[in-house]
Ligand binder design. Structure first.
Ligand SMILES: Nc1ncnc2c1ncn2[C@@H]1O[C@H](COP(=O)(O)OP(=O)(O)OP(=O)(O)O)[C@@H](O)[C@H]1O
Ligand SMILES: [Mg+2]
Length: 382
């Protein structure tokens, strides 16, 4: 600067010189540069929409100083993209930012062996929860942990950890309960038990259920060059619950099967499950037996269904308490919608479950004696 202005610039005269030049005085606090390690965070250069969610999360992180935030939603809905976008926007509020994916289910010690040295600037190599807490107290850190759901137990109610990963639950308890100045941002297809336990609107632990994004879905359609009216594009998005990944996959199929014509695709009245099936299979296979039965009942009923009706549909009879637990678990997985005591499914899920049901019935007509449906939803099929 001294060279450019041809005069000596120092700490004492900097403000005066900037005022003379009519230049804005930089706010050093806002310009703070954190130490960052983005790991395998996704590229969000074409991110769009989600203004409300960004506003809410930014407020929770910066103004309300939340300690633990879980972004929960079905596969492909945009959790990782949103977590990355928000983290980029708030990074200047932190001393350290680190992103790690839990997709390959690392043991807790492995994760801590990366977090503790990074947050302590290599001063500390003890991979222990207390050491992580110590550094989260010492500095303001943003730790993003993507895909928490891979640590959770399939085939049971949502939110419980697999035996090898129960110590993660203890860690999240510790980080949610103890005071520190940092923020842990989790993404998960299922809400975990400790987040459910601590999450309350006045507290420092929160969860945000992510629904579809119309803007992101329309962008997916446009990027694949689909042709159709605005109304058809919106209809297509709604059909797939504005799930950006589902729409990317569907748009690819529409492009290759129907030369990109949305009208022709809609006329076939056949939802496409290429790719999406794998995504939904992954989520469906994680359900407990009773959760699966409820999903089939809701798909058959096709309308908002009250608990009493669900209970009447299922034989042998199930306890009301078990039914309620399973319904809660399904909402934690973002697989059902609820409104004052009634439940239903999003269209794409309903079509998928109906499709599974038809396939399963076709298989079971060969092995009738042990039929899942004979045993469980007799009243619906009679
Ligand atoms: N707001 C957005 N703008 C543009 N693209 C988006 C947006 N949200 C999601 N996408 C795109 O949709 C796809 C799925 O998003 P993402 O991977 O974030 O989903 P997810 O909820 O994390 O899924 P999973 O449960 O499988 O981890 C990605 O290709 C992503 O780029
Ligand atoms: Mg993800």
């Amino acid at each position: 600067m001294s060279d450019a202005l041809d005069r000596k610039v120092n700490k004492t005269n900097l403000r005066g010189i900037l005022t003379q030049l009519n230049a804005p005085i930089p706010n050093c606090q806002l310009q703070k540069q954190p130490s960052v390690d983005w790991g395998k965070a996704p590229d969000v250069s074409s991110f769009c929409g989600r203004e409300e969610e960004i506003k809410k999360l930014t407020q929770w992180i910066i103004e309300e100083r939340c300690r633990l935030i879980a972004l929960v939603g079905m596969g492909g809905i945009g959790k990782s993209a949103l977590a990355t976008k928000v983290s980029q926007l708030v990074q200047a509020d932190f001393d350290f930012v680190i992103w790690r994916s839990l997709r390959h289910a690392p043991l807790l010690e492995t994760l801590l062996a990366e977090l503790v040295p990074f947050l302590s600037q290599q001063q500390d190599i003890q991979a222990k929860p207390e050491r992580l807490l110590y550094w989260l107290r010492t500095h303001r850190c943003l730790v993003i942990l993507d895909n928490q759901d891979t640590l959770l137990q399939p085939g049971q109610h949502a939110g419980n950890y697999q035996p090898n990963f129960r110590n993660y639950s203890e860690l999240f308890h510790l980080l949610g309960e103890s005071s520190h100045q940092s923020c842990i941002l989790l993404t998960s297809r299922e809400k975990s038990a400790e987040v459910a336990l601590f999450a309350d609107w006045n507290g420092r632990v929160r969860s945000l259920f992510l629904k579809g994004s119309c803007e992101a879905s329309l962008a997916s359609i446009d990027s694949k060059g689909l042709v159709g009216s605005e109304a058809e594009k919106h209809y297509l998005c709604e059909l797939y619950y504005c799930n950006p990944l589902a729409l990317k996959m569907v748009a690819t199929s529409i492009q290759s099967l129907f030369d990109g014509a949305i009208t022709t695709f809609l006329q076939t009245e056949t939802p496409i499950f290429n790719g999406i099936r794998r995504l939904l299979d992954q989520q469906f296979q994680r359900l407990s037996p009773l959760e699966q039965i409820i999903m089939y009942c809701l798909a058959i009923n096709r309308e908002w269904t009250a608990i009493a009706q669900l209970q009447a549909n299922i034989v042998p009879a199930v306890y009301r308490a078990s039914l309620l637990e399973s319904l809660e678990s399904l909402t934690w997985r973002s697989l059902i919608e609820k409104r004052s005591g009634e439940y239903t499914q999003q269209p794409v899920i309903m079509e998928y479950v109906t499709d599974c049901l038809i396939r399963q019935l076709a298989t079971e007509s060969i092995t009738v004696q042990t039929s899942f449906f004979n045993r469980h939803i007799l009243k619906l099929t009679n």
